[in-house]
Design a protein. Structure first.
Length: 356
């Protein structure tokens, strides 16, 4: 039986929530980003919802995704689809990693193929899936596209299934952690870990946000904690899905090292963001390294299997991880006149960039 695809503009947030809670009873979501906790919290932060595309086997809904349509070149009929995004920067600062059609893995290829067929019928030139992971480009997908561009982004994680976490790190990393921890305990006091209670989650997140803004507020990307939509998403998540949230305060004696905001899902700790106190005169003190290693030990003792740093290049992620994996930003050009034109324009753009 073929998978059919349908789309609709939902009339209200309550209708959207009702749909999500119903369909997630049947979906095996492998990460927090494709689970009910993230999806409901994200749409609750939006004033206007993207278009909902649902996938069915017979009468049974087996998956869905949100689609935004954009056409940056108004003089050409080249609309693009963006999966699980709105196309508006402030609304999309709540980034989805492990992005895909939200369905059980066994249905992913069939759902994606049906979406590409629908895109062709609707004269869409390409489908963009940011930060996807482990989406196979099958024959069905290549048969329904003329080209697939892939941009790789490293992800990092650390196995916590070990009796000695330190031995799996490089000699240089071990040395930096030991030196930093020794200096902190010598000058300030013992390292302590305090996990927020349900009642403390909002105040811990606010304190983390203040430190995050100090570090990232003036950067090109900015801090999400200056974005009301970002804050609305996370406040909804804390209020409604607190069992999947862990916010930790780390101190040396009475001196704050920082806060870490993590998601707890199926034996994995997903490190989302931190607010770190960098105001230490001694440059041999590495508060970030000490914070993460302390957290990995803390979660290891609780029986978690992985500490996932998620995507993006950072020296601390590379140094503290035991495994590198790959995210892919996928651009799939539809097998259509619009897809061929968009693909040709992109190749010209790439050639001009190389010449320049």
């Amino acid at each position: 039986m073929a998978v059919s695809v349908h789309h609709k503009n939902l009339a209200s947030l309550e209708e959207a929530k009702s749909f999500l809670r119903r369909v997630h009873r049947y979906i095996d979501a492998p990460t927090p980003f494709t689970s009910l906790i993230w999806q409901e919290s994200w749409i609750s932060s939006l004033e206007v919802l993207p278009i909902l595309y649902t996938f069915k086997l017979g009468s049974q809904t087996i998956g869905y995704c949100w689609i935004a349509s954009k056409n940056p070149l108004s003089f050409l009929p080249l609309s693009s689809w963006y999966m699980n995004q709105t196309g508006v920067a402030d609304q999309d600062q709540v980034w989805v990693e492990y992005n895909t059609i939200i369905c059980s893995k066994k249905h992913e290829q069939a759902c994606l193929t049906s979406l590409l067929k629908k895109a062709k019928v609707d004269h869409i030139c390409k489908l963009y899936i940011s930060m996807s992971h482990d989406i196979a480009i099958s024959k069905d997908i290549t048969d329904n596209s003329i080209r697939v561009d892939s941009e790789n982004v490293n992800g990092y994680r650390t196995s916590l299934i070990t009796a000695d976490l330190e031995k799996h790190l490089s000699k240089n990393t071990r040395s930096q952690i030991r030196r930093s921890t020794k200096l902190l305990e010598q000058d300030y006091g013992a390292i302590s870990v305090i996990e927020a209670s349900k009642e403390q989650l909002h105040s811990y997140l606010e304190k983390l946000g203040s430190l995050h803004k100090e570090k990232w507020g003036k950067s090109a990307e900015g801090s999400g904690f200056n974005n009301p939509l970002f804050l609305s998403h996370h406040k909804h998540l804390l209020e409604n899905f607190s069992e999947n949230v862990s916010i930790i305060e780390i101190k040396a004696g009475t001196t704050l090292l920082g806060y870490s905001y993590n998601f707890i899902f199926r034996g994995t700790v997903y490190f989302y963001c931190s607010g770190i106190n960098y105001q230490f005169a001694n440059n041999k003190i590495k508060p970030g390294y000490t914070l993460h290693f302390t957290l990995m030990e803390y979660y290891r003792k609780q029986g978690f299997h992985w500490y996932d740093f998620l995507g993006g290049e950072s020296r601390y992620k590379e140094s503290l991880s035991t495994e590198t994996y790959m995210f892919k930003n996928l651009t799939i050009y539809t097998r259509s006149i619009e897809g061929r034109l968009a693909s040709a324009l992109q190749r010209i753009k790439q050639k001009l960039f190389l010449v320049a």
